[in-house]
Design a protein around this ligand. Structure first.
Ligand code: AMP
Ligand code: MG
Length: 332
């Protein structure tokens, strides 16, 4: 590059404000048991939007947490009747509907089983067969009762929104970011939510974690506009006993951690709730049933990675998917 050209490029960068100064602002915070990150574009004064989003997530956590003693869900789980907030009612109705749609693979009343395997306390153990059978008896959306604007749980069943809460929160926050006139990207643990377009029009790049090396990405998606990208994987939380890996995603049909040959499921959808709920449900289904389910649907795309390392990408994503490894495209 000649000196003159170099001077011109430098002058352009200074004038446009791009000389090392990013066109985004970022904050990191801890909520819902995970580190969350919010990057905003299109605002010089992000503090207010950051505050709105953090307060929004914290308000949801105060309703949905199974461990916060005064949350509505904790109270329901102790057998109390509760007047639900609007979010709790929406989340319950959506979860029951998605449970039906997925033939029970997603089940919002899974908590007795999650506890039995020690996933709430970290005191993991393989329960006795009779304990699993007893827990199975009190699981199912039919035990959620809606009466006179109150909700209660029958038969000792208990709620756990762990499979959908972050996705729902991302969806709620996306609305707040849009209303503030910004675009951005929100990372809630394994859940990514893009909002709007980047000011320079470039794609959002979202990595897909390598289940064998969770610090690395195995593939990437290039997306435009607002999308939820959610991954469920056995590698995210598990324990091992006698050489068997038991993951935190439980098959409500058997009461045992799902072992269907998948190591991760990534869902891309417009709705964060749907992406999160389906990532869990399709992990329980396994490759074949998940493929059939996708063929019968038109509201999401997916990337499935098997324990053998095969990568399967639904055709609606294939032009937005990049991966150095070989992969197969699933067609309708
Ligand atoms: P995710 O990481 O979104 O797949 O959600 C997993 C979390 O959801 C677990 O840690 C449990 O709290 C809960 N969970 C496990 N299995 C199920 C299931 N089959 N249906 C609904 N929630 C589940
Ligand atoms: Mg999920």
């Amino acid at each position: 590059m000649t000196k003159r050209l170099l001077a011109l490029v430098l002058a352009f960068l200074l004038l446009t404000g791009c000389a090392g100064r990013p066109d985004w602002q970022e904050t990191e915070f801890f909520a819902m048991d995970t580190v969350m990150k919010l990057r905003l574009y299109g605002t010089e004064e992000p503090t207010e939007v950051f505050g709105t989003v953090i307060r929004g997530i914290s308000a949801l956590e105060n309703v949905l947490s199974v461990t916060k003693e005064e949350s509505s869900v904790a109270r329901l789980n102790r057998g109390e009747a509760v007047t639900p907030s609007e979010d709790l009612r929406i989340l319950l109705e959506k979860s029951i509907a998605l449970s039906e749609r997925t033939d029970g693979c997603l089940d919002p009343t899974i908590y007795p089983l999650v506890k039995l395997w020690g996933f709430t306390t970290g005191e993991y153990r393989v329960p006795e067969e009779t304990e699993v059978q007893n827990a199975l008896k009190i699981i199912g959306s039919q035990y959620i009762s809606f009466e006179n604007d109150m909700i209660s749980l029958k038969n000792g069943t208990q709620l756990d929104f762990g499979a959908v809460a972050k996705g729902y929160a991302a969806e709620v926050c996306a609305k707040m970011i849009r209303e503030a006139g910004c675009s951005g990207i929100l990372t809630l643990g394994g859940n990514i939510q893009t909002v709007g377009e980047k000011p320079d029009g470039s794609d959002w790049r979202v990595g897909i974690t390598d289940p064998e090396q969770p610090d690395e990405s195995i593939a990437a998606l290039s997306l435009q506009g607002s999308h939820a990208v959610v991954t469920s994987g056995g590698y995210q939380r598990y324990f091992e006993e006698n050489g068997v890996r038991y993951s935190h995603i439980i098959d409500p049909a058997t009461g045992y951690p799902a072992q269907t040959g998948l190591s991760s499921v990534t869902i891309v959808a417009d709705s964060g709730f749907l992406a999160d709920g389906l990532s869990t449900a399709l992990y329980v289904m396994g490759l074949e049933a998940a493929t059939e389910f996708w063929r019968d649907s038109d509201d999401f795309e997916m990337v499935l990675i098997t324990q053998e390392g095969e990568i399967h990408v639904s055709e609606g994503l294939s032009s937005r998917f990049s991966c150095e490894k070989e992969y197969q495209v699933i067609e309708k």
